[in-house]
Design a binder for this molecule. Sequence first.
Ligand code: AMP
Ligand code: GLY
Length: 416
Amino acid sequence: MKILVTGKGGREHALITALSESPEKHELFAYPGSDAIAALATRVDVPGLPELIAWMKDNGIDLCMAGEEALLVKDRGLSNLCAKAGIPCWGPLKEIAQLEASKTFAKKFLQRHGIPTADFTICTNAEEANAALTETPIVLKFDGLAAGKGVAVCTSKTEAQQFIGDVMEKRCFGEGDLLVEKCLTGPEISIFASVCDDKYQILMPARDYKRIRDNDQGPNTGGMGAVASLELADAALMQRIEAEIVKPTVEGILKDGLSYRGFLYFGLMLTPTGPQVIEYNCRFGDPEAEAVLPMLRGDFANYAFEAARGILQPALIRFEPGWSICLISASAGYPASSHSGDVISGLESVQGARVYHCGTKRNTVGQYETNGGRVLAIVAQGATRVEAREKAYVESTKVTFDGLQRRSDIGRMHFE
Ligand code: AMP
Ligand code: GLY
């Protein structure tokens, strides 16, 4: 089979690695991919989405797997264009990828289908938003692209008013509505499902660590680490999540006259009254994919190929028992900025852990350098959380570059 994965980060490196470990050998391609991904997949160099579709058609691609979300809602949508070209795509159509692209679309969907989520008000201007500030803490979410800076959990009214001023009056992120949402409390969990029309399979759950510094301090990032294990949620909790959230979501999509094929990510908060949806993402999580995928066994390539054609076969894959812990090494300045060109040393001495490249490139003498905010994901497995954590830290410490930032409490905080 010829399989193309879209994206270029650590998640895509992990997806392509998992595909390469399928029992049969497949020809793998990445758009745009990265220097590290190039060891496993041929990089496709085309200017944009229409050219990518034409390239896939000309080159007989059997399966397109959406790694990242951007192309799903770009132009007429990656999956829509694949459908038109007759290429099976594991990734949803543009119409339903709005679950991730538009926070107000997602909130209205959740409300319409009675799926637990925080109470909210959609505000079109600053006056409405200020009037909706009835309590603190309160959560404000800009409904549009904001480079990860569009959500503010405000502990005071003054802080909330300031955010409203920036977003709705100064329009720092451009035009768009603002969601004012009740603040929920409790541990967060990332649930992943393969959704194939009216069928679904829940995969291994994970937890990510969004803040830059230990003890969940400092600004939000794309994710500084993740823990994955079937033990993260017991059977009773998983049954509740399935009955109250996953199943009604899959049914809701069909009731709305739409259908979904691809990974669906449920960002949940486990509140004292039960699990509630914080967000949907129409793809695998990053860095959760780097923690979950090394635990996957079976035939991932055929699983995704069949599911993209509407035939979900849960028995083709399974997940190992035990724990998997992913540590992100980020570059200097992240998340406000990032630093490129710092030479990475020690990669060759990592043993017993997987290294996925999130943001690196090879320099002219063949060394890997930093090339983005999140640079590397180093992932280790163990029978226990403590064993996985110790291995991940021992191996990660071997890798260095100037300005490296790494949390020291991944897999400990929220557990001990
Ligand atoms: P989002 O971009 O919607 O995933 O939000 C980013 C982060 O903000 C989440 O991972 C939560 O930690 C936090 N957050 C979002 N919504 C709420 C909420 N209603 N209550 C408390 N925290 C929230
Ligand atoms: N880890 C959070 C995300 O993938 O959006």
